[in-house]
Design a protein around this ligand. Structure first.
Ligand SMILES: Cc1cc2nc3c(=O)[nH]c(=O)nc-3n(C[C@H](O)[C@H](O)[C@H](O)COP(=O)(O)OP(=O)(O)OC[C@H]3O[C@@H](n4cnc5c(N)ncnc54)[C@H](O)[C@@H]3O)c2cc1C
Ligand code: SF4
Length: 478
């Protein structure tokens, strides 16, 4: 039977306040947590039936060898489990924390489908790799042999970092350019710390630095350095810039104070967790404390906004969404988490404008109903005439999704071909773009997607770049 994690607190509680220092108590808790996590991971791993039809594996974008590392965990062979898990995933502890497992591996677990509840694959993956970090099994990926050729990576998000890791291990000179002051992309400044602790991201960045990857931060390509200059300096280039153009809302009062973009709001909150001074947060503009917060959206970003607002001490948090629960694209697990934390979901509603003089005081809400399914099978929302009302609000957060920036124009490189959605057009196996020696990965190719897909792209593109640089033409050009 599973041990009760609180037991030690109960038996020692009389002595603890006087005899144990706060640091010792924290260590006690960490020890209990470790024991408990180990037991839980082993218990979960042994639930895998080794079914022989590993849908979990085929629905993991990295095709992680899940059944095998579960078996190794169940039998206590943790280091081997870690080695197997990291052989297909550059950042397993990150995926274990933030993959929407209910849509990927766990949603396709045979035990889940037979109605007995999935093996918690993500939690086990996180546990294996956290243990590996603790035990010193995670080694710096320094190459055995140096090579002269160099690769520029534009964008230090998961796609760029996964490629940097693979290219550096192969001995190439790797420089990562990013416009932010810290590497990690949305892992650092988008996804909140309660889902992905920032030290988990930073220790990966530090390891890449220790392996010899050069980071050029606070450097916007197209402003501080031209794309042409980067191409001239390096033998190959990888574009991994993500998508950052926020979709916007019009309507009466749309430019009132107190109506903010989701990414500005989340970035401010993440910066505060690093201890940065953030003027817009300190002035209260991007702080939900004591406010009635309304979030407008319908994906995973809005879920992060509402849950951050709850943690900042908002007096109420409402999410407006124009479809109903069953037709929402975000993770159902996230919806459940948010509901448990007190978020009020106002289904079948859309904003029609904003009330207020200088500052927003309310959102004009239109009620909707669901009509016939569209071509994708989803039922389209239709307006219910005359059913508008005003939802009081002190802070409105717009989380309507992201689109790519116009890179060919911004970088003065019209030969870089893009799709009609503005994403970079590239070969989906090699990730080669229309420019020789230039590759692209992650959200800038797929549109807003997932970390695990960016990692997969980054690993694949690194292999293509290695093939390209090893080809006779590239060698002759050196
Ligand atoms: C709020 C939020 C929450 C999310 N939550 C999850 C989640 O829980 N699970 C999940 O799997 N996915 C989640 N995602 C999606 C996930 O974060 C992205 O799919 C993933 O980060 C894409 O990786 P990337 O490497 O393509 O780009 P990014 O992570 O966006 O990194 C791109 C980098 O490029 C840099 N850059 C851009 N333009 C330039 C330029 N001109 N010059 C220099 N540098 C530049 C940026 O500063 C950035 O650091 C979330 C996204 C958001 C917005
Ligand atoms: S990487 Fe994501 S989808 Fe793959 S096994 Fe891990 S948690 Fe599941």
């Amino acid at each position: 039977m599973a041990k009760q994690p609180m037991l030690k607190f109960v038996t020692t509680s009389k002595e603890m306040p006087t005899k144990r220092t706060p640091d010792e108590r924290r260590e006690d808790f960490a020890e209990i947590y470790r024991e408990y996590a180990a037991e839980k991971a082993q218990e979960q791993a042994s639930r895998c039936s080794q079914c022989g039809v590993p849908y979990c594996q085929s629905h993991c974008p990295l095709h992680n060898n899940i059944p095998d590392w579960l078996m190794l965990t169940a039998t206590g062979r943790l280091q081997e489990a870690y080695e197997l898990s990291q052989s297909t995933n550059t950042f397993p502890e990150i995926c274990g924390r933030i993959c929407p497992q209910d849509r990927l591996c766990e949603g396709n677990c045979v035990i889940e489908q037979s109605g007995h509840g999935t093996v918690t694959i993500g939690a086990v993956e996180k546990y294996i790799t956290d243990t590996a970090w603790e035990k010193g099994w995670v080694k710096v990926g320094a190459p055995l042999e140096e090579r002269d050729q160099s690769v520029a990576i534009i964008g230090a998000g998961p796609g760029g970092l996964a490629a940097a890791d693979n290219l550096r291990r192969a001995g190439l000179q790797v420089t990562v350019y990013d416009r932010y002051d810290r590497a990690g992309g949305l892992l650092t400044y988008g996804i909140p710390g309660f889902k992905l602790e920032k030290d988990v991201v930073m220790r990966r960045v530090e390891q890449l630095e220790a392996a010899g990857v050069q980071f050029v931060l606070n450097c916007t390509v197209g402003e501080d350095i031209s794309f042409d200059a980067i191409r001239g300096k390096h033998d190959a280039v990888l574009i991994a810039t993500g998508v950052y153009k926020s979709r916007d809302l019009g309507g009466k009062g749309a430019d009132l104070n107190g109506i903010v973009k989701a990414l500005d709001y989340l970035t401010a909150s993440n910066r505060k967790s690093f201890g940065d001074e953030v003027e817009d947060f300190d002035s209260g503009r991007l702080d939900a404390k004591g406010k009635r917060v309304v979030v407008i959206g319908g994906g995973d970003t809005d879920m992060d906004c509402v849950r951050t607002a709850v943690r900042q001490g908002a007096t109420s948090v409402k999410l407006l969404y124009r479809r109903d629960r069953d037709n929402m694209p975000g993770s159902q697990r996230e919806v459940q988490n948010a509901e448990e934390e007190g978020v009020d979901f106002v289904w079948l509603t859309a904003p029609a404008g904003f009330e207020g003089t200088e500052k927003v005081e309310g959102v004009v809400v239109q009620k909707m109903r669901l009509g016939a399914p569209d071509l994708s099978g989803r039922r389209s929302p239709e307006l219910i005439e005359g059913a508008d009302y005003v939802e009081p609000a002190d802070l409105v957060i717009k989380a309507l999704g992201f689109e790519p920036e116009e890179l060919p124009a911004l970088w003065d490189v019209p030969e870089l071909t893009v799709t009609r959605w503005g994403t970079i057009r590239c070969d989906h196996t090699t990730h080669a773009t229309s420019l020789p020696g230039v590759y692209a990965v992650g959200d800038i190719v797929r549109g807003a997607s997932l970390v695990v897909w960016a990692i997969r792209d980054g690993r694949e593109a690194a292999q293509s770049i290695l093939d390209y640089l090893a080809a006779p033409a590239a060698v002759a050009a050196e």
